[in-house]
Ligand binder design. Structure first.
Ligand code: NDP
Length: 454
């Protein structure tokens, strides 16, 4: 399978992909190896992840370079991603032993009652390309720490990174039959769903997530889905610094070319400040330089998948046909590579795909609202529920608004951020279950009750 640089269209590497036979062999090896790995102490498995973290630091520049080559992510953002992964690992290193140790929770006469945790066994980690380090770490790290073997399928658009992750985990000492990569496209992912695995953990789009959940439903094993979003952001009229908020919103929309599950996907602005806010947002978005992702000054690199250019174009055409006005951008940039103009739309409404369906690109619609009630109603008018943001000077008012929004994460005066210490979860079409925090560790274990009478 070819690895294509989306900024140039050139084939930069070829991969040998897995077949049903190689996948079956890898599965048998992982199944045989898992009990020994699962019998280690949590602290021993954490030690391997600590080594992996040191190796990520050692290879930072190479990892960032290859990530940029295969996804088109600006080099600076690729470095940020690897550093973000290194930072996120801190949570697992600090907290895993505390959360996974057996705990005496009660005494009943002469019986002591303990809560303990068993690994699930052999699990699948079917991963996405947009933040392959960050979304991968959410799954394979806690899965390994909990004592599971992991069959890991990187996206076909981030196989160089998948190979680096594998190399570094093995170099850290994690056995080759405990962290097992499988390479190929979606059909290879589908082959994993046919295996008798003990858990399926998927990061990607709602349609694929639904397909996977349906395919494995009869196995009655845990399924975790981290899916897409249509994340709203509301700006109230009391904010003191409109320019600073517009700057933050531009970053929430355009970072990683808008190809983030928690990108800001729709904006609501109070009528009193709408015009000034739009002037500032247009100025800020115009400053995001599009170009060669290898250039350190580039802020918007290439769009990773070529087919996505037409998808975004169609959303904009649909919005224009229904009355939207394009204030900035709106077009595919012709020439070599997959580039799209940062795009700002106004006069938008919820009849338009751009305000309802995930865009996953550098495109934003901004809508005028008259009140918090109207903003809340519109923010909740979605099938998704990953993150929501409110920019508001009054903390009590901001928190009250957030409490009424159906999403797994709420942000006040910030957006587009993830912490290892907090659960990452989606409502509705944004997913099932949770990663990160203690919930993201327990997702990879079976709880066990032990009644000990001596
Ligand atoms: P896809 O759903 O297209 O693919 C995700 C993974 O599933 C890839 O490895 C893909 O392989 C594989 N796959 C495709 N078809 C099947 C199948 N039938 N059976 C098993 N596996 C399959 O997602 P995208 O790559 O387009 O990722 C972008 C999406 O991911 C966006 O919706 C984004 O919001 C979401 N996302 C959610 C996150 C979250 O934390 N909630 C984080 C990051 C992204 P291949 O790529 O090789 O075809």
């Amino acid at each position: 399978m070819d690895v294509i640089n989306p900024a140039t269209g050139e084939v930069i590497e070829k991969f040998v992909t897995d077949t049903p036979q190689t996948i079956e062999e890898k599965y048998q090896e992982a199944r045989a190896a898992q009990p020994e790995w699962g019998a280690l102490m949590v602290s021993e498995r954490v030690e391997y992840i600590a080594k992996f973290r040191e190796l990520m630091k050692r290879d930072l520049d190479t990892l960032a370079l290859d990530l940029t080559k295969e996804t088109g992510k600006p080099l600076q953002q690729s470095k940020n991603e690897v550093l973000g992964g290194i930072n996120k690992l801190k949570f697992f290193l600090e907290k895993s032993e505390e959360y996974l140790s057996a705990e005496k929770v009660n005494e009943d006469g002469n019986t002591e009652e303990f809560l303990a945790y068993d690994p699930l066994g052999v699990i699948a980690n079917i991963s996405a390309w947009n933040y392959p380090y960050l979304v991968g770490i959410n799954i394979f790290v806690p899965a390994l720490i909990c004592g599971n073997a992991v069959m890991y399928k990187p996206s076909e658009f981030s196989m160089l990174t998948g190979r680096h992750i594998t190399r570094l985990l093995h170099e850290a000492g994690i056995p080759e039959d405990i962290f097992v990569p499988v390479y190929g496209d979606g059909s290879v992912g589908a082959l994993l769903t046919a295996l008798p695995l003990d858990g399926y953990f998927f990061t990607g789009s709602y349609p694929t997530g639904k397909k996977i959940a349906e395919a494995v439903a009869g196995k009655l094993v845990p399924v975790g889905l981290e899916l897409g979003g249509k994340d709203p952001l509301y700006v109230t009229e009391d904010i003191s610094d409109i320019e600073a908020v517009a700057d933050a919103v531009a970053e929430g929309v355009l970072y990683n070319n808008g190809q983030s599950c928690c990108s800001v996907e729709r904006v609501y602005v109070h009528d009193d400040i709408f015009d000034e806010f739009i002037t500032q947002l247009k100025k800020k978005m115009s400053a995001w330089k599009v170009g060669n992702p290898m250039d350190e000054s580039t802020m918007c690199g290439a769009i990773t998948r070529r087919s996505h250019l037409d998808y975004m174009k169609a959303q904009i055409e649909d919005a224009k046909a229904k009355g939207a006005k394009v204030l900035l951008g709106g077009k595919i940039i012709e020439g070599k590579g997959n580039f799209f103009e940062p795009t700002l739309l106004i006069n938008v409404d919820h009849e338009m795909d751009v305000m309802i369906e995930e865009t996953f690109g550098p495109v934003i619609g901004v809508m005028r609202v008259e009140s918090d009630e109207e903003a809340i109603e519109l923010m909740n008018d979605t099938d998704f529920g990953l993150t929501s943001s409110v920019y508001c000077a009054d903390e009590e008012r901001g928190e009250e608004i957030l409490s009424q929004i159906h999403s797994g994460t709420g942000y006040l005066n910030c957006c587009d951020r993830v912490s290892g210490y907090l659960p990452w979860s989606g409502r509705g079409r944004s997913g099932l279950g949770s990663t990160l925090s203690k919930h993201g560790l327990y997702a990879f274990c079976n709880p066990k009750g032990l009644h000990i009478r001596l």
